[in-house]
Structures are given as structure tokens and as C-alpha cells.
Design a protein around this ligand. Structure first.
Ligand SMILES: *Cc1c(COP(=O)(O)O)cnc(C)c1O
Length: 426
């Protein structure tokens, strides 16, 4: 028996489903998850001595590659001074200044410990600021696991407030309205239907939790205009896209200015960090400056800040990284498109810069409903083949592939060879 299987057997007895986050489970691909021992650059090494080229990148944070020397050093140095004080530190000021001085739409920022917390807090601030309660989100967009955000779709366009999870009371989701990604009319209709309008529209500016679904031309600007017309705040959930599509995230990439933005993943470089920020007059609502309460014992943790700050500094100082990431994204995703074309297979490949995925469907994927048409069984087969050939991807059709600065053309080329091998065999 493989060590990973052995560990999984032990894990399921003591951890629900054997994992500490459901996306790590291999249930949908009918395997035991690989237990990872260490990682370096774009490679991960499992407990059985296998090496994989990694396209998970810890779900985004590892944009510079795993176990990056500068970040490791920063963490070691910071931890020598103590892990947490629960008091104000200079590095938190540096972190806030570093971001606010470089990202035009972030005038003030608050650090938290996860993307979930960042979104939960941003929504509270939006409601506090506008005095309204309704929130518009899009089917298929993931914004962490707070009660109000655990509504996704089910019955399509205009249904509002059916929770996705047991344990979420209807009361927690009745003010969450669900619109269709890339469909401005669905947003307009919700805005007009609700009596006092919405406090905020929250969106993944590139949806990356239903596979990768880019915004159509004009979609994000259209949201900006609708929010302005109806007195709602526009929240970009940039937990994935922030510092990835460019230093200024999707807002910079598409040239649309949100009122509030949420960060996670890359901002912590692998440490548990999230943040939310935006216009000063809105952020001044947050306690103790203002009346919207939000707190955190470990928020702005000195070790986490050290890691995140070094990562952000590296990204800022070497912005060629974004050109390189785009080139690698093109190489991988155009490479997959070419293979599919050659084989006469009409699966869809969606990508933006260093994010992308292949949908096992012949229909263009522009929203949740079209994403769900994918053949998840065909994906599972493909996934298992890839894994056995040393390619480590998220075990789900509905996740992105993440590239890092550590992926080389050689490794991407090898990955393409494996993909071609797969489609030659079926
Ligand atoms: C991962 C993610 C979150 C939640 O972040 P956690 O750190 O897992 O709580 C929120 N929004 C988006 C877009 C994400 O991808």
C-alpha cells in the first residue's frame, strides 16, 4: 500500500473526509489524495517519493514558486523575534503603506487571516456604509465559506437565498441575490427588483472557482456603472487575481476601479493571510475608527506579514514577472488548444494570463450553467492519467491551473507532451 493511502486511512478516522479543506479530497476522481512532504520551485514531492510538476501552487500563493529562498529567509528571521505579540508592529504599517502607495483604489487596508474573513468583513463594511442589506453575487463565484456567501445557484437566474450547505439558516442567505456571470441584465433586474437596492455587488473579476471564466468585454465596467447608478458598492474579490494578473490585480488589468477589494492567497505567500481595503471614507467605517466591528487576535501576524511583504516587494520590483507569467500561460493554454485542434476534440480552454483550465465540454463556457455542462467523468480519467505521469493538478474540473515564475518552458513543454499523450490514447 502506498504511504499516501496509509496516511489517508488514518486521516479519515480523525479528520472529516481525511482533509482540512474539501478541495484537497480526491473523492471526485476516486483516489486517495497524495500527501505532500515538501515542495521546491514548480515541483512537489509526495510521501511515496514521487515528484510532480505542480499546477496548484497552494491554490495561488506560490506565484514565485515553492519554498522561495527570500520568503523562507524572511520567515526564519521574523520568527526569531517571537511568533505573535497581539500588539501593533512596524511591519503592519510597512505592509499597509506598501500596498496603498502602489494600488490606486486601495487607500486604506485591514489585514485578516483568510480570504473568507476578508470577504465577510468587506460585506459588513459595505452594508454599514450604505445602510442597505442586499448583496448581489454571481452563480459559480466562490467568496469563502461564510454563511451569507454559501449560496451559489441551483435554480438559475433570479432565485435568491437558497443555501448550498446544511447548517446555513435561510435567514443568513435571504439577503444574498444571485446573478448570472457575464450577464449585466441579470444584475440590472435584481437591482430594480429589490426595493432599497443592494449594498454591494461582489464579483470575482476573473471567475476562477468554476474553472476559469473570464469577464466578457465590458462586463466589469458595466457592473461599475450599475453600482454607480444604484448607489451600491462594487467589491472585487481579488483573492486569486490580486497580484497575479498584474501587481494591481484584475482592477489594473481591466482598468475598472472597485470601491472595495479583498485579497488572500498571494498576499500571504503561503502564510494564512487575507486583507480588505478600498476607498478611505469607506474603510474609515471600520472599528476602532468607525462603527463596523471587525477584529482578529492573529491579524497582521509578524511572521505572516514578513512573508507577504517580501513576496509583494519581489513582485513589485520585478514586474517583468507578469510578462513572463503571461508568456507561460500562452505557452501552456495555447499549447493545449493546439493539441485539441490537432486531435479534432472540441473541448474548451479558457485562460487569462497565468490562470486557465480545460473544460470537458464542446460549448463555450461563459458562466456557471455552461461550466456545469462539462463531462466530469472524462475529467477524472484525464486527471488520473496526468497524476500518474507526474502532473499535479487540482482534483476537480472546476478549478484553475496556476502557473508560477518557477515553471520553465521545459516543464511546460513536458506537460504538453503528457497531455498530447493522453489525447492520443483515448
Ligand atoms: C480562496 C478564495 C476565497 C477564500 O479564501 P480562504 O483563504 O480559503 O478563506 C475567497 N474568494 C476567492 C475568490 C477565493 O478564490
Amino acid at each position: 500500500m502506498m504511504k499516501s493511502e496509509e496516511l489517508f486511512e488514518r486521516a479519515v478516522k480523525r479528520i472529516p473526509g481525511g482533509v482540512n479543506s474539501p478541495v484537497r479530497a480526491y473523492g471526485s476522481v476516486e483516489e486517495a489524495p497524495r500527501f505532500i512532504q515538501r515542495a521546491e520551485g514548480c515541483k512537489v514531492f509526495d510521501a511515496d517519493g514521487n515528484t510532480y510538476t505542480d499546477y496548484i501552487g497552494s491554490w495561488g500563493p506560490m506565484i514565485l514558486g515553492h519554498n522561495h529562498e527570500k520568503i523562507r529567509e524572511a520567515v526564519i528571521r521574523a520568527s526569531e523575534n517571537g511568533l505573535s505579540f497581539g500588539c501593533a508592529t512596524e511591519r503592519e504599517v510597512e505592509m499597509a503603506e506598501f500596498i496603498c502607495e502602489r494600488i490606486p483604489h486601495v487607500e486604506m487596508i485591514r489585514m485578516v487571516n483568510s480570504g473568507t474573513e476578508a470577504v465577510m468583513s468587506a460585506i459588513r463594511v459595505a452594508r454599514g456604509y450604505t445602510g442597505k442589506t442586499k448583496i448581489i453575487k454571481f452563480a459559480g463565484c466562490y467568496h469563502g465559506h461564510t454563511d451569507a456567501m454559501l449560496v451559489s445557484a441551483g435554480s438559475g437566474v433570479m432565485t435568491s437565498g437558497v443555501p448550498d450547505s446544511a447548517g446555513v439558516p435561510k435567514g443568513c442567505t435571504q439577503d444574498t441575490m444571485i446573478a448570472v456571470y457575464n450577464d449585466l441584465n441579470s444584475v440590472r433586474q435584481l437591482m430594480e427588483e429589490s426595493r432599497d437596492g443592494a449594498a454591494a455587488v461582489i464579483v470575482e473579476p476573473v471567475a476562477a472557482n468554476m474553472g476559469v471564466v473570464p469577464p466578457k468585454e465590458g462586463f466589469l465596467q458595466g457592473l461599475r456603472d450599475l453600482c454607480d447608478a444604484h448607489g451600491a458598492l462594487l467589491i472585487f474579490d481579488e483573492v486569486i487575481t490580486g497580484f497575479r494578473l498584474g501587481f494591481c490585480g484584475a482592477a489594473g488589468f481591466y482598468g475598472v476601479r472597485p470601491d472595495l477589494v479583498t485579497y488572500g492567497k498571494i498576499i500571504g505567500a503561503g502564510m494564512p493571510v487575507g486583507a480588505y481595503g478600498g476607498r478611505k471614507e469607506i474603510m474609515e467605517m471600520v472599528a476602532p475608527a468607525g462603527a463596523v466591528y471587525q477584529a482578529g487576535t492573529l491579524s497582521g501576524n509578524p511572521v505572516a506579514m514578513a512573508a507577504g511583504l517580501v513576496q509583494l516587494r519581489t513582485l513589485w520590483e520585478d514586474q517583468e514577472i507578469y510578462t513572463r507569467l503571461c508568456r507561460k500561460g500562452e505557452m501552456l493554454f495555447d499549447g493545449i488548444r493546439k493539441i485539441l485542434m490537432k486531435k479534432g476534440i472540441e473541448y474548451q480552454v479558457n485562460s487569462v494570463a497565468s490562470l486557465g483550465c480545460m473544460f470537458f465540454t464542446e460549448h463555450p463556457v461563459t458562466d456557471y450553467a455552461t461550466a456545469k455542462q462539462s463531462d466530469t467523468k472524462a475529467f477524472s480519467e484525464y486527471f488520473r492519467y496526468m497524476l500518474n505521469q507526474g502532473i499535479h493538478m487540482a482534483p476537480s474540473q472546476f478549478e484553475a491551473m496556476f502557473l508560477s515564475d518557477a515553471h520553465t518552458e521545459e516543464e511546460i513543454g513536458e506537460t504538453l507532451d503528457v497531455i498530447e499523450g493522453y489525447f492520443s490514447g483515448i
